[in-house]
Design a protein around this ligand. Sequence first.
Ligand code: FAD
Length: 350
Amino acid sequence: MNRTDVVVIGGGQSGLAAGYHLRRLGIDFVILDAHPEPGGAWQHTWDSLRLFSPAAYSSLPGRLMPPQAGETYPEAAHVVSYLTDYEQRYELPVVRPVRVTGVHREGELLRVETDSGTWRARAVVSATGTWSRPFLPAIPGRTEFQGTQLHTVEYDSPAAFTGRRVIVVGGGNSGAQIAADLAYDTTLTWCTLREPRYLPDDIDGRALFDHATARRRALDEGRTDTGGVASLGDIVAVPPVRVARDAGLLKAQPMFDRITPAGVSWADGTAADADAIIWCTGFRPALSHLAPLGLRGPRGHIPTTGTEAVGEPRLHLLGYGDWTGPASATLIGVGRPARDAARALAGLLR
Ligand code: FAD
């Protein structure tokens, strides 16, 4: 039997940030990660993805991300190298590949069932991200389409779509970046629920983090909600998006109403034929391993106070989205909630 004080589930950036702070506080812990290699979701993003912040503003606690030679906004592979180095540098005890299948209450302890045995711990940090739960909206006719359908998680590069008619769905960062990627060598139709909202060109991840923090502070102090990052816009205008937009190649259409065998159609009778539909429609938190604890609240989230699960102080949630801390699903933003979670657990274990 494996026994430790804290099991951290997930060895992406959120799990590593938790590990950094748990180590500093002298807490005994292990990180269980389903991936065979370090780097979390960054191992799977599309080829042209660029971070929306310069390296130094995309850093985890303790160690600045070094700049990538020749690139202001680093590539995903650079993040993978950084995370690989990070876990080695701080000697974080990551065990992989281990997939956690369920967390159960067992008296004073939590029992963590995995595909490689059982761990027992006094507390658990869940940091499993969202990448493994792609979300697709329910649109009539989706199963009738004769072409190819894929989600952001399956998209690599424009090479497979050269000369083809492609519909990209989604007005967020993934939709804009993938539409920009495809704008040159395909017949592109970009469909968004509302007119694309670009953030001012000079705003990058650092400003977003400051904005998210100011909002959290305002809410904590009972002041008016500043509206958070979403009030600024939906799309960070990273250089490739800016170039395609300014060249007039990113003209968005309203969302279609139906999928047909040949493509998509709108209620006014217009239609667009397509060889492929790429769904850049977001993700949901990967929380199924926590189902045995019966903590699920509205919208599939587990309600939290800060990072602590309401009704189960032995469980903390890290990453996922703003509901576990301002900008906690970003590299620069996860450090603070990770520190707070580790401190709370140190108090609990004392
Ligand atoms: P992940 O990186 O997904 O890591 C979770 C880990 O948990 C994985 O290794 C997985 O194998 C493991 N896991 C999952 N389930 C289990 C289980 N049951 N048992 C054991 N292990 C499990 N952020 C920025 O700061 N800058 C950006 O420019 C930026 N761009 C982004 C672009 C895109 C397209 C997306 C989707 C996100 C972007 N983000 C960006 C947001 C964020 O940084 C990433 O989503 C990040 O990967 C989240 O890290 P994480 O550790 O919470 O989750």
